[in-house]
Design a protein around this ligand. Sequence first.
Ligand code: ATP
Length: 315
Amino acid sequence: MTAIVETKNLTRYYGAMLALDHLNLHIPAGAVYGFIGPNGAGKTTTMRILTTLLTPSGGEAWVAGFSVTHQRTEVRRAVGFMPDSFGFYNNMTAAEYLKFFADAYHVPPARQLGLIEDLLTLVDLAHKRDSDVMSLSRGMKQRLSLARTLIHDPQLLILDEPASGLDPRARVELRELLKELRRLGKTIMISSHILTELAEMCTHIGIIERGKLLASGDVTTIMRSLQPHRTFEVHVISDLEQAAAAAATADHVLAVRTITDDEPPRLEIDVDGDNHAVSALLAHLINHGVEVVHFTAQTSNLEEVFLKVTQGVVG
Ligand SMILES: Nc1ncnc2c1ncn2[C@@H]1O[C@H](COP(=O)(O)OP(=O)(O)OP(=O)(O)O)[C@@H](O)[C@H]1O
């Protein structure tokens, strides 16, 4: 995949404080890239450099192939940025707010009305077009802000902590909206210090801590590299101890645990082989008279990956 964001040894100091330390980022076109790190890790600094709002102290960064230091106009055309705060826009309706930005981006007046209606519909705010923006809920403001980032039809959206402060319903709505934007061909870079906010919506993740990138890549590869074995959950209606003994004698089985304090009682089996080994394990259990009613791979979540990568450095 071609990269829409590429950074090479990107470094940024604030005075003597090193906020970004030789960051090498690679975000493929079409990805939803979760940029995860604790407070103060350097997420906002990176995003502000990628949107040309801040200059790097060292290294270089490209957005859609354009240098953030030498081709700022082209970069700004390619990227839509949603900062972590909404700002204040008194006495302005949702439609007027979008028109303000349409003017700023020189959208021809003849196209503005249709575009604004389309964007309000996309973010499900058509019914609020004439409402004062400051009267909107936080979730609605976030969606309106997202519509604003789309006004010049950028290839890349950079969203700084868009889910923070949203209630669960607003978060689901935001997630659905991001899915829709991805379907429309946008690449999305989204930051958070809360992993579970990003868990279900990202195709790729980068984990940053104290200005350093600790891991980056597609979610499956990162999961696999950190967890070389897979764990299978098995429910049986025959004797559980006998099933555990049978599982322990199968090839590629690293460990077998019987879980009896949860309903239903079950086995957890760690397997280090490929899918053939998994299929052979199931056949092995059945051949040993185990009556299997449920056999499924456990999926580990981003939270676990994050804790493993940061190895307790993050509090
Ligand atoms: N304008 C500034 N002047 C001095 N130091 C700054 C400035 N902006 C950020 N920093 C420092 O740089 C480091 C990285 O900050 P940054 O805002 O990029 O982190 P972040 O990952 O976005 O954090 P958060 O999740 O809290 O938004 C922090 O230690 C921060 O205190």
